[in-house]
Design a protein around this ligand. Structure first.
Ligand SMILES: C[S@@+](CC[C@H](N)C(=O)[O-])C[C@H]1O[C@@H](n2cnc3c(N)ncnc32)[C@H](O)[C@@H]1O
Length: 875
């Protein structure tokens, strides 16, 4: 045993997740050096830093060199002063509770009949459906409880030929999390004290409690994919952040996924020069601000907004200074925290629109910022100031200052730069500073420099939207130029103002030293916003056509046509992968994926193995896909049957249903039930099979020829296939913002027009494994503002040609998963693709008003009477 107990403990922790000492030792040694022997950093989150660094190292090197095996050497070498490798994944210093659902015992399913009964033949009828998808049978329905519960103790693969393999699916899934206390699912059972109430349609809608701001910070804990650069501080405000995705379709950023730092660019050319294509004028006034280093700040010549100043140094530091005269002479003004201001601006600008208001502009944003500053400043709030002080103690990349002149005019400065001198405490209220829009006259922040965390999103938006790009002084291997996916040439915009087009992209590219930002976000803001799809042209027949609504974000181009009416393409931000909105808790860590949840010894294509690997446990010991990449019959039938007749399937009932909780926290109605769904589990990073392994389908993205079109029957836009499709084919994932159920409730309640199209679905397939699910774990997806092609899929009652199946990719914790659509039958080219939202058309109390169904199905639930109850898949 090593003499240092901390080392021994680290070895033990790694051993627990299957990592040998040989692998741990060199990495631990490096980490110790890197963190100055700060064991706290290494130990936190159950040695997550260490585990991640080990995995990264493994991924980065094809050949593994055998290391010395003596643990003691680690200690001996702690003192060695060779330059350690940087950890390949950046860690966040904050502490975070490792969440995971407790495990419930698996449930044995009844074998489904070959063909699901049609509604007409089933007097019980299928239940009504969801708007926010939750196929919970409404409580008045006669739900079929699970009668047997079998625990898959051995986790042994089940014979692929076993007729019971889908029965084992749920068992294995419930057992997948290590070290979790097992507990049976909440089943309809009076003995367990669960109430099986009737569906109440009279619940009072109540705004959910909003989390305090302090909790909003640091709710995300995301490891970036190896192909992407890492972000020091994930954005925390209203703009969603990209969720990890396994194989970016565009090969951008660092090829090996290692975000390393470049040496600072010491060239004399400043970012402003690059943008303007000329050398900096050394006579341009420079800042004397204490926060700025000796590098000159150069004002670009093309900035002409009277109350905004932008200056950059030769090292790429940039300062944005906003002058807000409106506080002039106001004695009631007190300096608010910048965090508060940014939050308020976020609320004001972003909340109502999400996809940017077509009238959005940076000057307007800055004006809003000044107004918010004034608003908060005149409602002096001591608590806010305290928060600012606390936040100021955090080490953050972006600094900001708020200066108030003696005459009350405000000068806000946003400053990006990591080599700033120590932050100064903000004396509050601060009202004795010289105001100037000239950076050289700006008073030192030392006198008034609150340094709260500023939303990186705001900066990124500024980067992409501003006529002058903001550049940070952080130099990373990541080059914004690489971040631009190769996009097909798009026809010129003819109906909208595409502010974030190539000009802005170019200015970001030219920065050379882009701040460290999430590549996905950069893509969103540079290529997506503002929302409208503006590449529509008219073809010779006068039809509106968009060549590729994905703007190059999918492997295939997806066109849009309107041959029916004058409606122009909708305004939204196309994203190929989910993004996290705000409070949703996604805990991705390779360290959480044990060996029994990945195939670390596989190579090539797992589907060709004679005995299925560990990744097949989830699906009862057999892979979910055929060699042709289609979902296997049994799983498909089971999934279809679940949608068509949920009452025949196993449901769980939450102890305290998040849906009901968000409606009324004081009187929480009984849970109306959630289906226990079968998951597909795909191989992933920790697996050693290759990227083309047949057990990786959804993560590879859309491959079929699809088209968005205007439906002729009043359903608005729809999605259709341009090729014949076999049964069981993957079409697309439902991509959108990952929100908590409470956030969604909030969003929908605040929506000015609730009757408009809404796109949320619940990720409730595993809610039952928890006692009381926390708000941040009760997730859903909303594609209203950020989404992919799935947002165009229309509803069809009962006999839709697609079915959704939950897919586990990055995390065994099923709070978060992917919702993937597969065909339920052969589909002919040009047929519309539909899925059954599961809406209860009679639920008039639902926050989202149901549309009048035009699905045309002979089983349409909206037409047929008497009503059938059917649980929504959504809310
Ligand atoms: C996910 S969106 C589908 C795309 C939508 N048609 C559009 O134009 O953007 C859902 C919305 O489409 C419309 N919709 C979907 N299925 C429908 C149906 N069967 N009948 C009538 N409207 C439908 C409703 O307005 C619904 O809120």
């Amino acid at each position: 045993m090593p003499s240092n107990p901390k080392v021994a403990k680290a070895f033990r922790a790694m051993k627990n997740i299957g990592i040998s000492q040989e692998k741990v030792k060199p990495v631990l040694k490096n980490l110790l050096k890197l963190y100055d022997k700060n064991w706290e950093l290494i130990e936190e989150e159950n040695y997550r830093a260490l585990a991640d660094a080990i995995f990264e190292k493994e991924e980065a090197t094809d050949s593994k060199k055998p290391e010395n095996t003596e643990q003691e050497e680690v200690l001996e070498e702690e003192a060695a002063d060779e330059e350690p490798e940087r950890p390949l994944k950046r860690l966040r210093s904050r502490h975070q509770e490792v969440h995971s659902s407790s495990i419930s015992a698996g449930t044995s399913f009844k074998k489904v009949e070959e063909q699901a009964e049609l509604p007409g033949t089933n007097p019980q009828g299928c239940s009504q459906g969801p708007q926010l998808n939750n196929r919970n049978a409404a409580a008045e329905s006669q739900s079929v409880p699970c009668l047997t519960y079998v625990r898959n103790k051995g986790k042994q693969p089940v014979s692929p030929n076993s007729a019971d393999r889908w029965e084992n699916n749920a068992n294995s899934r419930k057992n997948r999390l290590k070290g979790k206390e097992t507990q049976p699912p909440q089943i309809i059972s009076k003995e367990k004290g669960l109430v099986l109430g009737k569906a109440s349609h009279a619940s009072i809608l109540k705004k959910p409690k909003t989390e305090p701001d302090i909790e909003m910070l640091g709710t995300h804990d995301i490891i970036k994919p190896k192909d992407e650069p890492y972000t020091v501080a994930m954005p925390q405000f209203e703009v969603p952040i990209a969720v990890i995705h396994p194989e970016p379709s565009n090969d951008k950023g660092s090829s090996n996924g290692i975000a390393s730092r470049k040496q600072p660019d010491t060239s004399e050319t400043s970012a402003a020069e690059l943008r303007g294509g000329r050398k900096a004028d050394k006579d341009i006034p420079t800042s004397s601000n204490g926060l700025v280093t000796s590098h000159e700040l150069v004002k670009p010549q093309n900035v002409c907004y009277s109350n905004i100043d932008i200056a950059s140094s030769t090292f790429g530091e940039v300062k944005v200074s906003i002058n807000c005269d409106a506080a002039l002479g106001r004695s009631d003004f007190h300096l608010p925290s910048l965090e508060g201001v940014v939050k308020l601006v976020g609320d004001k600008c972003l909340k109502p629109f999400k996809a940017l208001d077509p009238n959005f502009s940076v000057p307007k944003l800055m004006k809003d910022m000044c107004e918010c500053f004034l608003e908060l400043g005149t409602q002096y709030n001591h608590e806010l100031q305290e928060t600012a002080k606390v936040d100021a103690e955090n080490d953050i990349g972006y600094r900001s200052m708020a200066l108030v002149s003696p005459n009350g005019s405000i000068n806000l400065e946003l400053d990006s730069g990591e080599d700033q001198p120590e932050k100064s405490q903000l004396p509050l209220p601060c009202n004795g500073h010289t105001n100037s829009t000239q950076t050289d006259q700006t008073t030192s922040a030392g006198n008034c420099g609150s340094v709260p965390e500023i939303d990186q999103n705001i900066l990124e938006r500024l980067m992409s939207e501003s006529p002058v790009a903001l550049c940070g002084s952080k130099n990373l291997e990541f080059d914004a130029r690489e971040a631009q996916p190769e996009k097909p040439q798009l026809p010129p915009c003819n109906s909208h103002n595409n502010r974030a087009s190539t000009d802005q992209i170019a200015s970001v590219e030219n920065c050379g030293s882009a701040p460290e930002i999430d590549q996905n976000i950069l893509e969103h803001v540079t290529s997506q916003s503002p929302g409208p799809l503006c590449e529509s042209t008219q073809d010779e027949t006068g039809s509106c056509v968009v060549t590729d609504i994905t703007r190059g974000q999918e492997e295939v181009m997806i066109s849009l046509v309107n041959e029916v009416n004058d409606r122009i393409p909708p305004s939204f931000n196309y994203i190929a992968h989910n993004v996290v909105f705000q409070n949703a808790y996604l805990n991705f860590s390779l360290a959480r994926i044990g060996d029994d949840n990945s195939c670390s010894t596989c190579s090539g294509d797992c589907l060709s193995l004679s005995t299925p690997c560990a990744c097949a446990y989830e699906t009862g010991g057999d892979f979910a896909y055929t060699k042709e990449g289609l979902v296997k019959e049994e799983l498909l039938k089971e999934s279809i049957s679940m949608n068509r007749d949920p009452k025949k399937h196993c449901q769980f009932f939450c102890k305290e249903c998040p849906l009901e909780r968000s409606k009324n926290e004081d009187i929480i109605e009984p849970c109306k039930g959630h289906l226990v769904r079968n998951f597909i589990k795909e191989c992933w990073w920790k697996c050693r099979c290759d990227k083309q392994c047949g057990n990786r389908v959804v993560q590879r993205g859309i491959s079929r020829k699809l088209q968005v079109f205007m439906t002729p029957d009043g359903k608005g836009w729809g999605l259709r296939t341009l090729e014949d499709l076999p049964r069981g084919a993957f079409i697309c994932e439902y991509v959108g913002e990952v929100l908590t159920n409470a956030e969604l409730f909030d969003r929908v309640s605040q929506s000015p027009n609730r009757e408009e199209h809404s796109y949320p679905v619940l990720l409730d397939a595993d809610w039952g494994s928890e006692g009381v699910l926390k708000d941040e774990d009760a997730l859903c997806l909303d594609a209203t503002f950020f989404g992919n092609v799935a947002r165009f899929i229309n509803h069809r009652c009962f006999d839709s040609n697609m079915v959704e199946i939950p897919v586990e990719i990055e995390t065994p914790d099923h709070h978060y998963y992917h919702l993937a659509f597969f065909t339920t039958r052969k589909v002919k080219a040009l047929e519309e693709l539909t899925w059954d939202y599961g809406i209860d058309f009679d639920d008039h109390e639902h926050p989202v008003k149901a549309f009048k169904c035009q699905c045309g199905s002979k089983f349409c639930r909206n037409m047929k009477r008497p009503r059938r109850t059917r649980a929504r898949k959504g809310w």
